[in-house]
Design a binder for this molecule. Sequence first.
Ligand code: ARG
Length: 422
Amino acid sequence: MSRAEQIPTQRSASYEADPEQVHRVLLLYSGGLDTSVMLKWIQDSYGAEVVCLTVNLGQPGEDYEVIRGKALSLGALECHVVDAREQFAREYLAPAIKANAMYGGYPLFTALGRPLIAKLAVEQARASGCDTIAHGCTGKGNDQVRIEATVATLAPELKVIAPVRSWQMGREEEIAYAREHGIPVKAAQGAEGGAPYSIDDNLWGRSSEGRWIEDLSHAPDDDVFQLVTRPEDAPAEAQELELGFERGVPVSLDGQRLGLVELIERVAEIGARHGVGIVDHVEDRIVGLKVRDIYEVPAAAVILPAHQDLERLVCTIHQNQFKPALDRQWAYLVYAGLWWEPLRADLDAYMDSVNERVTGTIGVKLYKGHARVITRASENAVYDASLASFAESGGLFSQTASPGFIELFSLQSRMAWRLHNR
Ligand code: ARG
């Protein structure tokens, strides 16, 4: 069977490309094995031109000039590298912080990056005259949902192909294809090196999947931790830091004003040094599977609890009862790839409204894998030390009123109890 015969002929969605429609493809290119094989394979199988786009969302240790050079040497017509860190921080991470965005116990980060990557792909596809967008997601993950939902929403005129999902190549065959077509294969990627972890990372976190992680009874091997120090190896000295927030967004670290990107990078470094932000998690995917991931989220594991603590301090009991349900809905929509769903914008309006008052400072103590809030200060705190104190009475709070309050507050519960226990 020739490679060309592997072009899918069965299409189940309107936005999937008919091979005849594919003339110039915008490929989301990472420089890794899958997308490098895709770059050649699309040229060969579709006879199409390929324009590459590589997006910098703050994933550490990338050399974008090397990635660009590789794309061009593999026949890309153009290779664009976009540094989207500022935009990512401002338009995606700041709203996520205001919404305390966690899904099933871990901070969202891949789910925040994908809609931006896909939006940038749409913009570049239009600018470069492409008719199709190609990505390297498999058919089992959430990322295909996030990318394709974005493209189909923002650019109904563009088609999508997902070669990794449709081609029949296994890993060995992919490596053979790469060797045959002069695509550099790292020794560690070769058949002898075994499959690597499947990694996704950005400014806000890193995830690893595959290999032993798929065995739920296998405790983490040390080599999976590439970002965060293992807590048992973290310094024996605790470290304290102070985060300043304005309207829900962190703006300073230990009194020094910083842009959001730099602040996140610095907090990540401190958190990582102290072993903070390791999450071993089995997620309920949108596509129905349960899959285990190992996450390293050192910045989010410090900043989110600090934000949430400050938010609780400036909000009333009623706001504090209500907001977590909306936070959960926000995170679920974004996890599920529906970034462009109007409900998300509606929820953002609420998040912004609450966060108008989330200004102040939070002290956090980091020690061997833990980050704990230890101090709080805000002009907007719904807190009065003299009212809260055991030592004093009077002012807005009358202790003599308490029994009357208890009598009325418990009235229906007492009546019901009596009825049910007659
Ligand atoms: N499971 C996470 C999510 O759906 C992260 C996926 C990242 N991809 C990877 N190849 N590790 O948000």
